[in-house]
Write a protein of this length. Structure first.
Length: 295
């Protein structure tokens, strides 16, 4: 088995298991927290598309962004959300049914799914494209699904150093949890796109052009009452707590909760999401996917 296959299996297992269930259970909290990212994407979509356009939301999770795009201009765009996680896609479909949305959802691996060629007018993602075991082949696959001239727009995290909120729990819990999963620099995961040169290079190598990568610092918030649910279910600490005994669990939760005090303002928790907003275009001037452009 190759390292790439191992990385794929790990991501598929996580998102269909503990991480996927945690995202489903905390969906309302996460959607509130990441609403500013959703707004940034929907503004980009509104500016770059027109009535009748078909959009693909990659790594759509429980569907917040897919549904927001489908609501734009009274439902004049058709948005398809695609995600590798069965439980998250199930939750997204249930939400779409509840709100009578025309958005549709596919459970598949964006890197390997056989898309109808040139069938999308825009490809978007909120935090859903940093998990591929082979990002160049994944973005080449998305490029082939995009029609000539289609736009790509996604939001990805900058580095961990720029996002201290995101690593507060693991730094506080590390002395108490010897089995805390360790983040591997550059490996598929939350901060895999921290280096903008790497992002530019992989987009060039996968056949995208007009690449534009800009930093954005987005103020985000969640109610203080939801903080415990957030920090005990998500990220490396959420994973480790699944297996911790009751005493360790209580100790970790108390320690980690107080480490977040600096972010608590009355009944609200505030943090800044330090992200890249990345744009590109599917153009025939691009190199054959996989070739270097040297441009
Ligand atoms: C951080 S979550 C973001 C979810 C959603 N975009 C949101 O903002 O709520 C990352 C998502 O990427 C999905 N994902 C990871 N690898 C994937 C792959 N190879 N193909 C499709 N989706 C994938 C995960 O299942 C997860 O739903």
């Amino acid at each position: 088995m190759t390292v790439t296959q191992d990385a794929y299996d790990e991501q598929a297992r996580l998102w269909n298991g503990v991480a996927g269930r945690a995202w489903v259970d905390t969906q309302a909290t996460l959607d509130q927290l990441f609403r500013p990212l959703e707004d940034l994407l929907t503004q980009a979509v509104a500016a770059a598309t027109q009535a009748g356009d078909r959009l693909l939301d990659v790594g759509c999770g429980t569907g917040a962004t897919t549904l927001a795009i489908a609501r734009l201009h009274d439902g004049q765009r058709h948005c398809i959300g695609l995600d590798i996680s069965e439980p998250m896609i199930e939750a997204a479909r249930a939400r779409a049914a509840r709100e009578g949305s025309a958005a549709s959802f596919v459970c598949a691996d964006a890197q390997r799914h056989v898309f109808e060629p040139a069938s999308f007018d825009m490809v978007v993602s909120r935090l859903g494209v940093m998990f591929f075991d082979d990002p160049v082949s994944a973005f080449a696959n998305l490029r082939s699904a995009a029609r000539e001239g289609a736009a790509l727009r996604f939001i990805a995290w900058r580095g961990a150093a720029d996002n201290p909120f995101m690593t507060t729990a693991e730094r506080a819990a590390a002395p108490l949890l010897p089995n805390l999963p360790v983040r591997k620099p550059g490996a598929p995961g939350q901060f895999a796109f921290a280096d903008p040169r790497k992002v530019r290079s992989l987009l060039e190598d996968s056949g995208w052009t007009d690449i534009d990568i800009q930093p954005v610092d987005l103020p985000c918030a969640l109610p203080e009452k939801d903080l415990l649910g957030y920090l005990t279910r998500l990220g490396p600490v959420g994973l480790a707590l699944e297996e911790a005994d009751a005493q360790t669990r209580a100790h970790v939760i108390a320690t980690v909760r107080s480490a977040f005090d600096a972010y608590v303002h009355g009944d609200e928790v505030r943090m800044t999401a330090a992200c890249w907003t990345v744009g590109a275009r599917a153009s025939s001037a691009s190199a054959t996917p996989g070739e270097k452009t040297n441009a």
